[in-house]
Design a protein around this ligand. Structure first.
Ligand SMILES: NC(=O)c1ccc[n+]([C@@H]2O[C@H](COP(=O)([O-])OP(=O)(O)OC[C@H]3O[C@@H](n4cnc5c(N)ncnc54)[C@H](OP(=O)(O)O)[C@@H]3O)[C@@H](O)[C@H]2O)c1
Length: 257
């Protein structure tokens, strides 16, 4: 059992707490957001709400779930003791800056949780790998330990593919529902279809992406025809260019380097 504190109780803190709340940890959260923290307290007996300094004082692991600008203001008002672990989920706050803001803490990692985390098995990219994070979240997620902070930033960029992929799903669902008259059923069908194939990659079946694509890419088949149509009109190249356009914002090296 760990003593875990969350600074900032918004969307992502709520998802992380729901993920681990049944595992017997001692959890304390910031009063803010009052509505979210009150709901969590009502739902999980034993979960406590407190002022930020109390959250820090009463935790061995402090999870930073603030917006970056709030963190820059708020963390400098807080005193961190020795021996704590800080897990930041904030995009755009480098580890060197976190070391200054949370001094004297030296055990600091940055992770990328996802809102569907409570469903179990979602990927959790992290740098550097951290034993306490593994102990608390490892049973509930699939941890992707990154080799460097740059690699972690590239994983942040990769989360940006979600909406473009859902955009394509929406086009397909609209197209299908023109025949069925039921958009929700069409979206559900496509999600099940794509989800089933994704499970072949994530559930240790030994199938890799190349094998999956080869299996679907039968010469003259429906999948090959649609895949070629997207490649030919530049959709796939646009996705790669879009990912490259995120490099500067995430301080990733330019493509030429
Ligand atoms: N949401 C995601 O999918 C996601 C995924 C990965 C990482 N992240 C990162 O997680 C961080 C939080 O994102 P979020 O989506 O959870 O945002 P959010 O829902 O807006 O949560 C931010 C929380 O901080 C609270 N807060 C503001 N000032 C505070 C203070 N002085 N002391 C304590 N709490 C304070 C807010 O309370 P009030 O509402 O009362 O202002 C709110 O509960 C961001 O840095 C984001 O980059 C988010």
């Amino acid at each position: 059992m760990a003593r875990i504190g969350f600074l900032g109780t918004g969307e992502i803190a709520s998802a992380m707490i729901q993920t681990i709340a049944g595992a017997g940890h001692d959890i304390v959260v910031s009063f803010r957001n009052e509505r979210v923290s009150a709901e969590l307290q009502a739902r999980y007996p034993g979960l406590r709400r407190a002022a930020n300094q109390t959250v820090v004082d009463e935790s061995d692991i402090v999870v930073l779930c603030l917006l970056a600008d709030t963190a820059r203001k708020e963390l400098s008002n807080l005193a961190f003791g020795e021996g704590k672990t800080v897990i930041s989920v904030m995009a755009g706050v480098p580890i060197a800056e976190l070391e200054r803001l949370c001094a004297p803490v030296t055990e600091i990692c940055v992770a990328i949780p996802l809102p569907p985390m409570p469903l179990g098995g979602t990927p959790l990219a992290v740098f550097p790998d951290n034993a306490r994070l593994n102990e608390v979240f490892g049973p509930h997620v699939s941890i992707h330990a990154c080799a460097s902070e740059v690699v972690l930033s590239a994983h942040f960029a990769a989360t940006g593919v979600l909406l473009p992929l859902l955009d394509q799903m929406e086009v397909a669902a609209n197209w299908l529902s023109a025949f069925t008259g039921d958009r929700a059923e069409a979206a559900n069908y496509l999600a099940g279809l794509i989800g089933a194939y994704c499970k072949l990659l994530t559930q240790g079946t030994g199938t890799d992406l190349a094998q999956l694509r080869a299996g679907l890419g039968t010469e003259g088949g429906l999948n090959q025809a649609l895949s070629r149509a997207l490649a030919d009109n530049g959709t796939l190249a646009a996705l790669e260019a879009g990912l490259d356009s995120l490099r500067e914002r995430l301080r990733l090296p330019s493509k030429e380097q």
